[in-house]
Design a protein. Structure first.
Length: 412
């Protein structure tokens, strides 16, 4: 980027299990999760809310408690200035990172000097599909040309076409759990993590990620049933075709969709929020801020919508080209673990060293709070760069409808 967009600081909540009445964060309104994140960012970075130009938040299921421009209501819930504007966006799983990227564009252009961006998702209180939009907004005219399939079918289709076995996916999932357990044991998430409190009592309700299972074994993963067989067999097409048959119409080379993803090698359903403060060069100087990193490049693109989840590789290449870099120049990669096959396919296409990818585990272990994940991954990458004294990281996520998003950060 020609004009610098500086990352001042980042914070996140722990991820709570996304089960109504059972997860530690399930009793907190999603506005409250984001409001507490704003407070934690203010305390950690020392920023003055009076000088923030805008707040941008990603939220995927914008219905019920997550409707009504959640970002603006979270600003009010946080008792930040009434004059501070806020906007809520939805780029599906890339929403949290898109919020950060929009903020980077704003400060890099000189239009604004200090923007807070991130996201939130309470999957226990507002489950996936709460907006009743289905895959395609229930547009019958669109379906005459493009009949999309659920992401689980797409993930299994990728595994089928790439020849990834169930054993390979489970091995990746086990490694994610092991890496996350080690990171938690060594306190690697502590720099950005803050304890979430009950707003009524002030009592801490969660201070550690709740979803990882340190006792996960290969045998336990192998015992799990494929998650998307019933979905694949559902008759939904105009002529009674199943989702599997519709996918095979576009990818006949697969011959048969091999259902190899389970609850154990797919991302966990969780609640959580994260925010990042970004500033212009002018803002850094005027406000006496101490940036930790800068945005080196950012990109989005889309690929074929039925297979849907293959965009992380090409969008990463697009961002790398913008930065004048190669994949081998990146010290750390954060590739969202929506499904194990997504990360394996991205690694394969880009020729990545697995030792540089998701070194502290990913969403299979930690969980994927849809609207917040991108901002969480950026903060995790920045903390790990500092911990290991490395320079660059690339964060990328697959997105519904065939989209992908990538951001390259560099320490300053």
């Amino acid at each position: 980027m020609n004009f610098p967009a500086f990352i001042v600081d980042a914070v996140r909540t722990p991820r709570g299990r996304g089960k109504a009445g059972k997860g530690a964060l399930s009793n907190l309104h999603p506005q409250e999760l984001l409001a507490q994140s704003l407070h934690a960012l203010q305390k950690k970075s020392g920023l003055d809310p009076e000088k923030v130009d805008d707040v941008i938040a990603g939220v995927v299921s914008q219905a019920g408690e997550q409707g009504a421009n959640l970002a603006r209501n979270a600003v009010l819930a946080a008792r930040w200035p009434d004059g501070l504007s806020a906007v809520t966006l939805n780029r599906f799983c890339g929403s949290g990172l898109q919020a950060v990227n929009f903020a980077a564009m704003a400060v890099a252009s000189g239009a604004q000097d200090l923007v807070v961006a991130g996201g939130v998702e309470s999957m226990s209180r507002v489950p996936m599909g709460s907006d009743n939009g289905g895959i395609d907004g229930n547009n019958e005219e669109l379906r005459k040309r493009v009949f999309q399939v659920p992401q689980g079918i797409s993930a299994d289709l990728i595994a089928t076409l790439e020849g990834f076995s169930r054993e390979q996916l489970d091995a990746f999932a086990l490694r994610s759990q092991q890496k996350a357990a080690r990171a938690m044991e060594e306190g690697r998430f502590g720099k950005s993590l803050f304890a979430v409190k009950d707003p009524s009592t002030g009592k801490v309700v969660l201070e550690r990620d709740e979803n990882p299972r340190a006792d996960t074994t290969a045998e336990g993963l192998a015992s799990l049933k494929p998650a998307f067989v019933p979905m694949g067999e559902a008759q939904v097409g105009p002529n009674g075709e199943t989702f599997d048959q519709l996918a095979l119409k576009v990818y006949p080379a697969a011959k048969q969709v091999q259902h190899v993803h389970t609850a154990g090698n797919s991302s966990g359903i969780v609640d959580g929020a994260a925010v990042v403060a970004l500033a212009s060069e002018r803002g850094v100087k005027a406000m006496g801020l101490k940036p930790r990193a800068r945005i080196r490049a950012l990109a989005t693109l889309a690929t074929e919508p039925v297979i849907m989840l293959t965009a992380p590789a090409p969008v990463s290449l697009k961002a790398l080209k913008m930065a004048g870099m190669k994949a081998s120049d990146i010290d750390l990669w954060e590739i969202n673990e929506a499904f194990a096959a997504v990360v394996l396919q991205t690694q394969k296409k880009l020729g990545l060293d697995p030792e540089r990818v998701n070194v502290n585990g990913g969403a299979i272990a930690l969980g994927h709070p849809l609207g917040a994940t991108g901002a969480m991954l950026l903060g995790t990458a920045l903390d790990e760069l500092e911990r290991t004294n490395k320079q660059t990281a690339l964060i990328t996520l697959c997105i519904g409808g065939g989209q992908g998003i990538a951001t390259i950060i560099e320490r300053v």
